[in-house]
Unconditional design. Structure first.
Lengths: 195, 379, 386
């Protein structure tokens, strides 16, 4: 009463000012975390919070939905068979495919992916029955040219960079034996692409 | 002689004041989105307010008529962008009613956990922005937003995106929670309780804050009920109406939680209401985490979605109030008509009565305490 | 350390003697005056540029983030970058505005603030003009600012500016009165209106012997400087910076500089009047002066990060119903204490005790009134029952 609340507020602010110099990996005088790659911080209430973007980057979580990429099989060939499932599943008409060949030789003649219209919802990946596409973890896609339409070679290159071997790797659930505390994880969900 | 005549003339005449009309335009730092108000002021007192909406209209109801039900889910995410998961939950509820689809146990528990986390996220934003409009130069807002960032990390671990999650499906959820999620969630919630205590006792006792929010923008309960207001704004006026109790959906009947209410219906009560509801949500999440069963998370029969002709209305208690989806289907994969019962639009209708007679500075605070998102109003 | 204390004076003396040898007396006087003016401007404006940086850093650290730290070491270049950015903007005069007044208004705000710098004692003997009505001059210059504010917002022909003009007039005029009462107490205690003599008369800093006057003066000058929590004039979230809405380029820079200069003046005058000015052991006088004003500036920035804005009618209530009676009571108390006691320490002690009694009485009256009232707001603010 009589001003005590205001003084408490001042105390909180002063405490945050002091803690920002003392707590956390970026305490004074270090401005950037050495190495530049960070895990997301442990949840905390005080201490320095900023990510110094161009000099430090976060390690994205495994399920992060970044730019689309194509995957190769064991022989190094892209797995895509131009079945048009992803083109039909996309809400916005981002993907357009022209197919060639019949039967087992069916392959995409051209596969264009309009990065400017994609909302990264992953419905295309969920609908693919051939384990051919996945969302990579890239998000830095700004470009100076206004050509944000990627074709199959670009997408394969992103896929090779990302190191993903199979679609839905991060979305598989652990075996029931690996149980957690109360409420062990269940078995097959809807996001895994096994047929 | 002349002087006394002039003096007498002046004494007879009244000095009239004019009221001026100010445009709180769509580009304004403190409206929650693009919102325009035409305000008539008499000095500092507000005489009339005319809200003008529609600056964020994107035609979601029309766009949904051309998309299949699975493709509508990312669209519905973007309705009220501060609480995306509850929008998805309402939509999935409507579709499941229409198609009589069952949801497995574990999926229901996960949905409840996600919905309550979303409720916390939305209330934290409401509280933070109210301080911003009061003029405390972003400091309390950043304290609140920090917690929101950690919660969004939890969402990203589970669904892949910080904001537009696309996680729920009619029939369950997309995929199970990853390894370590439950432990991380518990740790996060423990820190969040610490934040709540710190924020409540150290910021809410500020005398300037109390003087500016108590008895400002009083909403009487009859007016609230007549206008169709729901959610924390209604409960702060004293009416204990919560859809999770009144019209239970999902598995909310199995959890023990209270419906907090406040009695006066002014801005301070709405502010305290957000805190009380956050605490109740924390308790629900802890109960759900403790009882999480083993099992599948998606009903495989719902994978090929074929809805019969008919109509269904599914409504839930979203963080802003009563959010409902009305779907009319004629057997095709796309809905025939898709209507959204918008929470924030109805919450906004009482603004005029709350604000007339208050000062201009109070107008901004009252509007902020209603916690509307323009995306939900304009759809 | 004595040497450092008198070093600037010795340099000025040397320059004077050199000039005396080459030119007649009036020439030397004129040149010395010009040198003093340039030094004064440098000493006045340099802190202003530093404060733009300091404000951003302090606000950022309280919000758990870095603030500017990429442009230059610790972001120091940002202060100059801000200045250059403002200077390169286009100077727009609205067609409907009253162009003569519109162009003169920033000057009316900036120049009086600069003029007050003339009576601030930066160190022992380092004052530009030792007027024997120093405090009166400072208060008068502060009042001219009111005219500048009004003419700036009226000549903009803009409704937002008009609304802010109404508010600012009420605020600036009402806070002159408690400021005057607090200053009168100081003047009574030290026996003179000259700033140098006030500093000399403080054997015990007046903030200790009359804390009430210090608080009243500090809060009133915050209000005069349009600074949080009284910053409705430029409240971003409501009126979108009403006063300087139509200004851009160099004219806006003048408003900007005037605001920060006001803050520095608040700090400098509070230091001079209440914290003992340049007095202090060991270190030279000007080091103590700048150190104390930096502390006061930090408190001003600290308040800005934490407290929300006060509404206009509470602002006026606070001035007239709270600060003015306290100021008057303090004045009477100081007059009695300093008359009764001949020893300055005894007088300081008496007035400190008296101040505490006044505070307790005022608190008691407030609590009694709040207990009996029906208003929820009053009960919450005073008694804390929310």
């Amino acid at each position: 009463m009589l001003g005590r609340g205001m003084l408490k507020g001042l105390y909180v602010t002063l405490r945050h000012m002091a803690q920002s110099y003392v707590k956390g990996p970026r305490r004074f005088p270090r401005r950037y975390v050495p190495g530049g790659k960070l895990e997301r911080g442990e949840p905390d209430v005080e201490g320095m919070f900023t990510l110094q973007y161009p000099f430090e980057r976060y390690e994205m979580f495994p399920r992060f939905r970044g730019v689309l990429c194509h995957l190769r099989d064991e022989q190094g060939q892209p797995r895509c068979t131009a079945c048009m499932n992803c083109e039909r599943a996309c809400p916005h008409g981002v993907i357009s495919i022209v197919a060639e060949g019949k039967g087992k030789q069916r392959r995409p003649k051209s596969y264009t992916y309009n990065l400017a219209r994609c909302i990264f919802c992953r419905l295309c990946v969920e609908s693919c029955p051939f384990d051919a596409i996945e969302m990579s973890r890239e998000y830095e896609v700004t470009s100076f040219s206004d050509n944000l339409v990627l074709n199959l070679e670009d997408l394969l290159a992103i896929g090779d960079r990302s190191g993903i071997k199979h679609s839905g790797e991060a979305w598989k659930e652990p075996e029931p034996g690996d149980g957690q505390d109360v409420g062990a994880e269940g078995s097959a969900g809807a996001g895994s692409n096994n047929g | 002689m002349e002087d006394s005549q002039t003096v007498a003339a002046l004494q007879d005449e009244h000095i009239d004041t004019e009221s001026i009309s100010i445009n709180f335009g769509p580009h304004h730092p403190s409206t929650h989105g693009v919102f325009r108000m035409v305000v008539r002021l008499d000095g500092e007192t507000v005489v009339d307010v005319e809200p003008k909406i529609g600056y964020l209209h994107r035609g979601i109801e029309k766009l949904a008529e051309e998309r299949t039900y699975l493709q509508i889910i990312p669209l519905v995410d973007r309705l009220d962008y501060v609480c995306p998961m509850t929008n998805e939950q309402a939509f999935c509820l409507a579709v499941e009613k229409l198609g009589a689809i069952e949801v497995p146990e574990r999926a229901e528990y996960i949905r409840v956990i996600m919905a309550e986390l979303t409720r916390i996220m939305s209330h934290v934003l409401a509280v933070g922005f109210l301080w911003n409009e009061l003029g405390a130069t972003f400091t309390p807002m950043i304290y609140a937003y920090r917690q929101r960032e950690y919660l969004q990390d939890l969402f990203e671990l589970a669904s892949g995106a910080r904001m537009f999650h696309n996680y729920m499906r009619p029939g369950g959820v997309v995929a199970d929670l990853p390894d370590g999620w439950v432990a991380r969630a518990r740790k996060q919630l423990a820190e969040f309780e610490r934040f709540l205590d710190q924020f409540e006792t150290l910021m809410t006792e500020n005398e300037i804050f109390l003087a500016r929010t108590i008895d400002v923008g009083v909403l009487p309960p009859e007016l609230a009920i007549n206008c169709g207001i729901s959610g924390p704004v209604l409960r702060a006026t004293g009416v204990a109406y919560d859809l999770r109790r009144a019209d239970p959906y999902s598995i909310y009947e199995r959890f023990k939680f209270e419906i907090p209410t406040r009695s006066h219906g002014d801005t301070f009560d709405r502010y305290c209401q957000y805190f009380a509801e956050m605490r109740q949500s924390l308790s629900i999440i802890h109960q759900a985490l403790n009882r999480l069963p083993v099992g599948p998370v998606f009903n495989e029969k719902a994978k090929r979605l074929r809805l019969p002709a008919g109509e269904a209305y599914g409504h839930i208690e979203s963080p802003k109030g009563d959010l409902g989806f009305y779907i009319v289907s004629d057997g095709k994969p796309q809905p025939y008509r898709f209507h959204i019962r918008s929470t924030c639009l109805l919450n906004l209708t009482a603004l005029r009565q709350m604000v007339i007679g208050q000062k201009l500075q109070d107008l901004v605070i009252i509007f902020g305490s209603l916690n509307v998102t323009m995306a939900d109003i304009d759809r | 350390m004595e040497f450092l204390d008198v070093l600037p004076l010795m340099i000025m003396q040397w320059v004077r003697t050199q000039l005396d040898m080459i030119m007649p007396v009036w020439g030397a006087e004129a040149i010395v005056a010009v040198i003093k003016i340039i030094l004064l401007l440098a000493v006045g404006i340099a802190p202003v540029i530093a404060f733009t940086w300091a404000e951003r850093k302090t606000l950022a650290r309280a919000q758990d983030r870095f603030g500017p730290n990429v442009a230059g070491p610790y972001g120091l270049v940002v202060a100059f970058a801000d200045a250059i950015k403002i200077l390169t903007k286009e100077d727009v005069t609205p067609a409907a505005a009253d162009s003569i007044v519109f162009r003169l208004a920033p000057g009316l705000i900036l120049v009086p603030a600069l003029l007050v710098l003339a009576v601030v004692p930066f160190g022992r003997g380092m004052v530009a003009a030792d007027l024997n009505v120093g405090i009166l001059y400072a208060v008068a210059m502060g009042s001219v600012t009111v005219l500048g504010v009004l003419s700036a917002s009226w000549s903009s022909r803009n409704k937002y500016s008009l609304v802010s003009a109404f508010r600012s007039l009420a605020q600036l005029v009402s806070y002159e009165v408690p400021m005057a009462f607090a200053l009168l107490a100081v003047v009574l205690a030290s026996g003179s209106l000259s700033t140098v003599r006030i500093v000399e008369a403080q054997v015990v800093p007046f903030a200790i012997s009359m804390p009430l006057a210090a608080l009243i003066y500090f809060l009133s000058s915050l209000a005069e400087a349009n600074r949080s929590p009284f910053d409705m004039l430029e409240s971003e979230s409501e009126i979108v910076a009403g006063l300087n809405l139509e200004y851009s380029g160099m004219r806006f820079a003048m408003f900007y500089i005037a605001e920060y200069l006001h803050i520095f003046l608040v700090a400098a005058l509070t230091t001079t009047l209440f914290l003992g000015g340049y007095k202090g052991p060991l270190l030279p006088g000007w080091v103590w002066f700048f150190g104390k004003s930096l502390l006061v500036v930090f408190v001003v920035l600290w308040i800005r990060t934490t407290w929300p804005r006060i509404r206009l009618d509470y602002l006026l209530d606070f001035a007239w119903k709270f600060l003015v009676p306290l100021g008057m009571a303090n004045l009477v108390l100081v007059a009695i204490a300093y008359r009764l006691a001949s020893n300055p320490y005894l007088a300081a002690g008496l007035s400190l005790v008296g101040n505490l009694v006044i505070l307790l009485l005022a608190g008691g009256i407030l609590v009694l009134v709040a207990r009996r009232s029906q208003s929820r707001r009053l009960r919450a603010v005073v008694l804390g029952e929310a």
